[in-house]
Design a protein around this ligand. Structure first.
Ligand code: GCU
Length: 620
């Protein structure tokens, strides 16, 4: 939790609030370690109102209702009002409205919401015991796509923007002992100045897509912590723990009992306690041996535990070193979408696990979680299963580079992603962008994000999915030359030779110019195949075409100097409104190695065989 200095505006807001003004409070905070605290799940059936004209948010003069001194009871949904008598006009009623399941996108829960892009109101009633003296209460949202305005018992808590990272509102002063009404307006409309912007190649799933929890914590509680391995030789572990509500001198105990490590350290004036360990018998985390240790943290009455792996990652010239050893990344791209059980956003651990088990079946040691931070189950499961991770923010295609608010939005989403997952051993790469057009404004925007990421986390590598271009006058010479490559540690690019650029036979003719002394990672390649459609290798949309494309592409990539791995596009077919070819796409991007019915295509086995050979090569 960032301790905010209360500005003059803040005091003004507080006074206004005293007189019933509801001031749009600041962006919700992300308090990473609330996830580890005990909480009351608010998942399940929520009452909903679909509000395409946003009449619950704006009055008939298009004034925002929650900025009014006395919002109109009859039409202001977040008041969750009932008629006081048989004459009162209340033109909504959550109690008799339909329901939707939370967590979950709305698109796959009701046919009339399949293409819906707009505002939808959620309402959840819940009971709460009275807070003990000094106890604090929070509402934690795993994510809401895309904008969430949150109200508790008719009072505005604030707004969060960004569809894929957690956010939290403190409700200590607003929670009632007994019945409470939680109302959330979610708006998934796309916008030019949003992140992502108007144009993407994935479905705009809206809603409370991840879990919602009521969290309680003592007055001083563990808000955030970091542990990292300084060196695979010395095995020194450093770390810090941030205690919310604390200043100088609080005792914090940190222990890794399996390693015989325990320390009690004191917080500094900012409530941060630093520590270091030098265990002797530490087993390093790796995909082959995803060894984790239970770490316990305690401060006063607050006690937390979690399993953490310890490893190092860095580059050396054109190599990526994991625990000091060169590693080849046998990857695959994954969208946070599950093909079966109705489809839509991954909304439980079982679906997350199945996607990662399919990746393991491919022989992967790496997954690119495209194109946005996936839910925290995915990264915790990757820790458990032994899969390295590329984590990415949705700075995708034609972002509004000149817009300061857009930069702040992207920076906020990157910060939340790093703060949420900073202790996940599996994550080795933070990705800043995907296929963004080169311009001065874009590179300035991304250099700002690179500085933010480096400032927040110096223990991981930076990358971004760049693009290749054909050399002018030499169509068979592919060049990767991008000012962004100077800002990152790993030069990654998407290339579709044989699909968007010629046919698969072109792969054998292509040479590459990649003028950087950095590791080279191919973050996408692939082609569509409708599972079960067969023909010869030149017939587009067949499994045979895709199979041949994989064979020829892999042979081409193997010739690239500094080639350290790839993550073909993509594990599973996924929904996209851009993909409209009848009988073949039908609203799906068909580049999956597994179909939207969960059936493996022929190319799945080409990649699995290739990775099997690669794994055998790097066996010590
Ligand atoms: C792009 C993009 C993906 C997209 C893919 C495709 O590289 O990164 O999001 O789905 O190509 O065209 O299928």
């Amino acid at each position: 939790m960032k301790m905010k200095m209360v500005s003059a505006a803040g005091w003004c807001g507080a006074l206004l609030a005293l007189f019933g003004f509801t001031v749009a409070s600041s962006r919700a905070e992300n308090v990473p370690d609330l996830y580890l605290h005990e909480g009351q799940s608010l998942d399940g059936e929520w009452r909903v109102i679909v509000d395409p004209y946003e009449s619950g948010f704006y009055d008939y003069r298009y004034a925002q209702r929650d900025k009014s001194v006395s919002p109109n009871r009859s039409e202001t949904f977040y008041l969750d009002a009932q008629p006081a008598d048989k004459s009162e006009r209340i033109e909504y009623d959550f109690d008799t409205s339909p329901t939707l399941r939370v967590p979950g996108d709305w698109n796959t829960q009701a046919p009339e919401l399949f293409y819906y892009e707009g505002t939808l109101w959620y309402r959840r009633l819940f009971e709460s015991a009275a807070l003990a003296a000094g106890e604090r209460a929070f509402l934690r949202f795993g994510a809401a796509n895309y904008r969430a305005d949150v109200y508790l018992n008719g009072q505005r808590l604030g707004t969060h923007i960004g569809g894929f990272t957690p956010f939290t509102f403190e409700i200590t002063q607003r929670l009632k002992a007994g019945a409470n009404s939680l109302v959330v307006r979610v708006d998934n409309k796309r916008a030019k100045d949003a992140v992502p912007t108007l144009n993407t190649d994935w479905w705009n799933y809206g809603g409370l897509t991840r879990s919602v929890k009521l969290m309680r914590a003592p007055g001083k509680f563990i808000a955030e912590h970091r542990l990292w391995l300084e060196s695979e030789e010395t095995k020194n572990i450093s770390g810090w723990v941030k205690i919310a509500g604390a200043g100088q001198g609080e005792d914090v105990e940190v222990a890794i009992r399996e390693l015989g490590q325990k320390a009690t350290v004191k917080t500094d004036a900012d409530g941060v306690a630093k520590f270091s360990f030098s265990p002797k018998a530490l087993q390093l985390w790796s995909p082959e041996q995803p060894r984790r240790y239970e770490v316990t943290l305690a401060c006063g009455e607050d006690k937390l535990r979690e399993s953490l792996g310890f490893r190092t990652v860095r580059t050396r010239g054109k190599e990526i070193l994991l625990n000091g050893q060169p590693v080849f990344l046998r990857g695959i791209c994954i969208h946070e979408e599950f093909p079966l059980d109705g489809g839509g956003r991954v909304n439980n651990t079982e679906k997350a696990r199945q996607l990662l088990l399919w990746a393991k079946e491919l022989g992967c040691n790496f997954v690119r979680l495209a194109h946005y931070p996936h839910n925290e189950d995915m990264t915790r499961l990757a820790d458990e299963l032994g899969l390295l991770v590329w984590s990415e923010v949705p700075v995708y295609w034609t972002i509004d580079w000149e817009n300061e608010a857009t930069f702040k939005n992207a920076q906020s989403q990157l910060t939340d992603a790093i703060e949420r997952d900073a202790n996940r051993a599996c994550i080795i790469i933070w990705s800043l962008a995907n296929e963004t057009p080169v311009s001065e404004a874009r590179t300035k925007f991304l250099s700002g994000l690179a500085a933010t990421a480096r400032q927040l986390d110096s223990t991981r590598l930076l990358s971004a999915a760049m693009e290749k271009h054909s050399k002018p006058g030499a169509p068979n010479v592919n060049v990767v030359k991008d000012p962004l490559a100077d800002l990152v540690d790993v030069v990654a690019f998407n290339q579709y030779t044989g699909w968007y650029d010629g046919l698969p036979d072109k792969c054998a003719k292509v040479t590459w110019e990649i003028p950087y002394d950095k590791p080279v990672f191919v973050s996408e390649f692939g082609g569509d195949a409708r599972q079960g459609r067969h023909g010869d290798r030149l017939e587009r949309w067949t499994e045979e075409f895709q199979e041949d494309l994989y064979r020829q592409t892999l042979a081409m990539l193997d010739k690239i100097d500094g080639f350290v791995g790839c993550s073909p596009w993509i594990l599973v077919d996924f929904r996209s409104p851009k993909r409209v070819l009848p009988g073949i796409q039908d609203g799906f991007n068909r580049k999956g190695l597994i179909s939207s019915d969960g059936v493996k295509k022929k190319a799945f086995y080409v990649l699995r065989d290739y990775y099997g050979k690669r794994a055998a090569q790097t066996k010590p």
